[in-house]
Write a protein that binds this ligand. Structure first.
Ligand SMILES: [Zn+2]
Length: 485
């Protein structure tokens, strides 16, 4: 069992001395004892007030960020739920675990050390309250959790179940709680939120129920292409209403933590596994493309011992979440974890971490730096390179522009990374990875069907061809301007 108080003194003692000038009479900053990790599935960074959204739909998230440190350029490792969530709970890239497409996602192998396993081995009580489907326990997500709830319920139930679990714990037991909700993903806010945020609408979209099965389906591209400005406004209003409802539930959860005296001793980490598209590049939902609306996500760490109201501009990855939590608790991270602790970034380290992103569902890979993004794909456009500073909407494909000096280096770096992960066998699941009927039904209800994506090892040669040769250059070049559309 880790002695958290002693560790926190080692970790934060020097900071306390700095903050209070060594004055022993100042109130002591509480140590991090527990961790709550909250994933608001499908939450776009740019719809959160903390990140500049103009509508006040996320006051609790905004206040949480101002209590702590938030990252402005946090990049997910996959644009859909199973591989992205697996990546931030294991600090491994999805291809290391051979996590695949919607219809055949694979599962997290026993050989992987999850964050929950790390903390459980240090006597933390562990519980996950998720909404199942893409994060069902039988996909390997239950590893390390004493209790793993995976039922399609709304955030109000998730909060109630989480509180009920916390109330069962003895006062001296440290805990790790993972909470996950699809409420934003589903666009189905309850009536008070709908009345507040959704204007009267007479368009073609179904007025009630969930929008995800339509927006999340690649088979309905023609229907998506027909959506007009009023339809998209309606989509966004329902999304925002659902976010506002989740935000209220989050506020209630944090109040309960405070009432129980747990808030100041608990590190709250809030993130989203990926974003969502509102037609910016001609598609909807998520899991299909690698543009910023999908890859750039909110990431907040809140605790009194962390810098307060600090925005970190450096590029970081969700892959770094588990190592950061381990570091803040004083636990050594497993050697195989591919991320690194963000604690130095919170204290002002001026560095950026290169982010690789994988979409095995549509067979795409990306390499992102704060300045550039390289995307390679098994479908047109096969190769794209964007200047993220000059071209924020990612519409001018620079892949054959000889004036961009980083082109060759980025292609080579991505190629070397593909080769390295393809050669790694330690985290490949043994035995069958068939979905249970229940998980398949839940995933289909969320809109996750089909797929013919990356077959991993078999496709390595293809990725290397795209990255190391100019074969097919004329085809790419003919796509030219607007290659991302
Ligand atoms: Zn998701």
């Amino acid at each position: 069992m880790v002695k958290h108080d002693a560790l926190a003194l080692v970790l934060f003692g020097p900071l306390l001395a700095l903050a209070f000038g060594g004055c022993a009479r100042e109130p002591e900053t509480p140590a991090i004892r527990n961790v709550v990790l909250i994933s608001i599935d499908t939450l776009r960074r740019d719809h959160v007030g903390l990140y500049g959204y103009e509508k006040a739909v996320s006051p609790a998230i905004d206040a949480l960020g101002r209590r702590g440190t938030w990252f402005d350029q946090a990049i997910c490792q996959a644009p859909w739920t199973t591989p992205s969530t697996a990546s931030f709970l294991t600090s491994l890239y999805p291809s290391m675990m051979r996590l695949g497409d919607f219809g055949a996602p694979g599962r997290i192998a026993e050989s992987v050390t999850t964050l929950a396993e790390l903390l459980r081995a240090r006597s933390f009580r562990t519980c996950a309250v998720t909404c199942g489907g893409c994060v069902a326990g039988d996909l390997g997500f239950a590893q390390g959790f004493e209790e793993y709830v995976d039922e399609p319920v709304d955030m109000a139930v998730t909060v109630a179940r989480s509180i009920a679990w916390l109330e069962k714990l003895a006062p001296d037991e440290a805990f790790f709680l993972f909470m996950h909700t699809y409420d934003v993903h589903n666009y189905a806010p309850s009536e008070p939120y709908r009345a507040r945020w959704v204007a009267p609408y007479q368009g073609a979209l179904p007025a009630g129920g969930e929008l995800a099965p339509l927006l999340q389906s690649f088979d309905k591209k023609e229907e998506i292409a027909r959506l007009n400005a009023e339809d998209w406004r309606h989509v966004v209003e329902r999304y925002d209403a659902a976010l506002n409802e989740v935000d209220d539930r989050l506020a209630a959860f944090l109040r309960r933590l405070e009432e129980r005296g747990l808030l100041d001793q608990t590190l709250i980490v809030l993130l989203s596994d990926h974003g969502e598209e509102f037609g910016e590049h001609g598609s909807s939902g998520h899991g299909f493309t690698m543009y910023e609306e999908n890859l750039r996500v909110p990431l907040i760490f809140a605790h009194p011992s962390l810098p307060r109201d600090r925005r970190v501009d450096s590029q970081v990855r969700l892959l770094d979440v588990a190592p950061t939590i381990a570091d803040l608790l004083g636990c050594a991270a497993p050697a195989e974890w591919q991320g690194q602790s963000l604690a130095p970034f919170m204290q002002g380290q001026p560095a950026d971490l290169v982010a690789f992103v994988e979409n095995s569902h549509m067979a795409k890979k990306a390499l992102r730096t704060p300045e550039r993004k390289l995307i390679v794909s098994m479908a047109k456009p096969f190769r794209e390179l964007f200047d993220l500073r000059q071209d924020r909407t990612e519409t001018r494909n620079l892949i054959w522009d000889e004036s961009v000096p980083e082109r060759a280096g980025m292609r080579d770096l991505l190629a070397r990374w593909v080769e390295r992960n393809a050669a790694e066998e330690r985290f490949v699941p043994q035995g069958g990875t068939e979905l249970s009927e229940e998980t398949r039904r839940e995933m289909e209800a969320l809109g996750y069907v089909g797929g013919s994506g990356d077959k991993f090892g078999a496709d390595t040669e293809y990725w290397l061809m795209l990255l190391r040769t100019d074969q097919g250059r004329e085809l790419d070049a003919s796509l030219g301007e607007g290659g991302g559309r």
